[in-house]
Design a protein around this ligand. Structure first.
Ligand code: PMP
Length: 394
C-alpha cells in the first residue's frame, strides 16, 4: 500500500473523458463575454460569474494598462511587508464606502478572505455556524480555525435556532452566503439578524454573488435588506461582478485592524497585482455610473426564468440571475452540458457534494450584456436538449 495508490484508483474523470461526457477545464480561446470562442466556434456563455459584463470593458482595461505602466506587473511581497501600494489603500476606501462599512481590507482572492478571516477570528472553544451549502472556502476557513464547526440545513431558520440554542454559552459566529452560488437563492438575513441578536452571535455575510447583483446600485445583500449595520462583517470577491481576481472583507475599523495583523492568508501571501487592483477600482466606478447594467441583468433574469418555467424546468428556490435547472442524477447533468456545447451554449454541471445527491443541476448564470436573442437562442437549445434527454415534457 503506497501513498499514491489512490491515484490509480481515481477513475471517475478518466471514465467521463472516455465517454466524451467530461465538462471541466474547458479551454476558452477569447475574452470572457456574453459569447466566447470554444474549439474555434462562437458559443453563448451562460456559465460565468461575469454578472455585469465588465471583464472586457474599455475603461476597466485602460485602468489595468495604466497601472502596469506606473507600477509594473507585481508587488513581490505581501501586504504586511513590501506589497502595499497607494492603490490598494484607495481601493479599500472605495470598497468600505460601497458596502457601507468603516474599513475594508483587500486580499489576493476571495477564497483567502474566508480562510484568513475565519481562522483568525474564531479559535478553540468557540463556534463557527455555517449553512450546509456555504461555499467551500468557508468550510475550509472554518476547519482551519480550530473552532467547533456546526452546520444547519440550508436556509432553515428553525434548524439554525436549534444550533444556536445548543451553543448558548459559547462565542459564536454565523457565516452565510448572501446569494447562494449554486441555487441562486438569497440568505434569510432578516431572520438571521434576529436570531443572532437573541443568541449573541457575530454575523459574517459572504457576498461573492451579491455585490453587483443585489441592493441599491449593486451594493450587495446587506444593502438589499437594509441590514448593513446589523451585520458585523461583509466579504466579497473581485472574480465575479468586479471582473478581476481578489477579495475583501469590510467591517468596524478595530475588527479589520485585528484581521490585518492575524490573517495568515493575508500576511504570508503576495498582494493583489497592480493591474487587478486598478481594474477592480474602475469596475466599481463603471458599476455605479452605468446603472443600466444592473437593470439589464434583472431584465434578462425575468426573460430566462420565464422561458425555463414555461418549458417545465425545475428552477428550484432561485431568486437571482443564478438560475439552476435541476435535472436530478449527475449523469443527466453531464449529458446535458455536453449536448449543449454541440448546440453552442456553455453551461456548468453541478453535482454532489456541491448539491445534495439526486439534486444535480445545470447552473445557468446571466450577464447584463446578454441580448434577448442570445437568451432566446440558448433557451431554445435548453428546451431541445431537455426534451431529447426526457428531462422535461415534449
Ligand atoms: N465565496 C463564494 C460564495 C464563492 O462563490 C467564491 C468563488 N466561487 C468564493 C467565495 C471565492 O472567491 P474567489 O474566486 O475570489 O477565490
Amino acid at each position: 500500500m503506497g501513498l499514491l495508490d489512490k491515484i490509480n484508483k481515481f477513475r471517475i474523470a478518466k471514465d467521463m473523458m472516455e465517454a466524451d461526457l467530461y465538462n471541466y477545464f474547458r479551454v476558452i480561446e477569447s475574452a470572457q463575454e456574453n459569447t466566447v470562442r470554444y474549439k474555434g466556434k462562437e458559443i453563448i456563455m451562460l456559465g460565468s460569474n461575469n454578472y455585469l459584463g465588465l471583464t472586457n470593458h474599455p475603461l476597466v482595461k485602460e485602468a489595468a494598462q495604466a497601472a502596469i505602466t506606473k507600477y509594473g506587473t507585481g508587488c513581490t511581497g505581501s501586504r504586511f511587508l513590501n506589497g502595499t501600494l497607494d492603490i490598494h489603500i484607495e481601493l479599500e476606501e472605495k470598497l468600505a464606502a460601497l458596502v457601507g462599512k468603516e474599513k475594508a481590507l483587500v486580499f489576493s482572492t476571495g477564497f483567502m478572505v474566508n480562510q484568513g478571516v475565519l481562522s483568525s477570528l474564531a479559535g478553540r472553544k468557540e463556534t463557527i455556524i455555517v449553512d450546509r451549502t456555504d461555499h467551500a472556502s468557508i468550510i475550509d476557513g472554518a476547519r482551519l480555525s480550530f473552532a467547533d464547526v456546526r452546520k444547519y440545513r440550508h436556509n432553515d431558520m428553525e434548524n439554525l435556532e436549534l444550533v444556536l440554542k445548543s451553543e448558548k454559552d459559547t462565542n459564536k459566529l454565523i457565516i452565510v452566503d448572501g446569494v447562494f452560488s449554486m441555487e441562486g437563492d438569497i440568505a434569510k438575513l432578516p431572520e438571521i439578524v434576529k436570531l443572532a441578536a437573541q443568541y449573541d452571535s457575530v454575523i459574517m455575510v459572504d457576498d461573492a454573488h451579491g455585490v453587483g447583483v443585489l441592493g441599491d446600485q449593486g451594493r450587495g445583500t446587506c444593502n438589499h435588506f437594509g441590514l448593513t449595520d446589523q451585520v458585523d462583517l461583509i466579504m466579497g470577491t473581485f472574480s465575479k461582478s468586479l471582473a478581476s481576481v481578489g477579495g475583501f472583507v469590510a467591517g468596524d475599523a478595530d475588527v479589520i485592524h485585528f484581521i490585518q495583523h492575524m490573517a495568515r492568508a493575508l500576511m504570508f501571501s503576495a498582494s493583489m497585482p497592480p493591474a487587478s487592483v486598478a481594474s477592480v477600482s474602475a469596475a466599481i466606478d463603471v458599476m455605479l455610473e452605468e446603472e443600466w447594467r444592473h437593470k439589464a441583468l434583472w431584465h434578462n433574469n425575468d426573460l430566462m426564468r420565464e422561458r425555463l418555467d414555461d418549458a417545465g424546468f425545475n428552477t428550484g428556490p432561485s431568486e437571482t440571475p443564478i438560475i439552476p435547472a435541476v435535472v436530478g442524477e449527475d449523469m443527466a447533468a453531464f449529458k446535458m452540458c455536453r449536448r449543449l456545447i454541440d448546440e453552442g451554449v456553455f453551461v456548468n454541471p453541478v453535482i454532489s457534494p456541491a448539491v445534495e445527491p439526486g439534486n444535480a443541476l445545470i447552473r445557468l448564470s446571466l450577464m447584463a450584456t446578454h441580448t434577448e436573442d442570445e437568451i432566446n437562442q440558448a433557451m431554445d437549445s435548453m428546451i431541445k436538449v431537455g426534451k431529447e434527454l426526457e428531462l422535461i415534457p415534449s
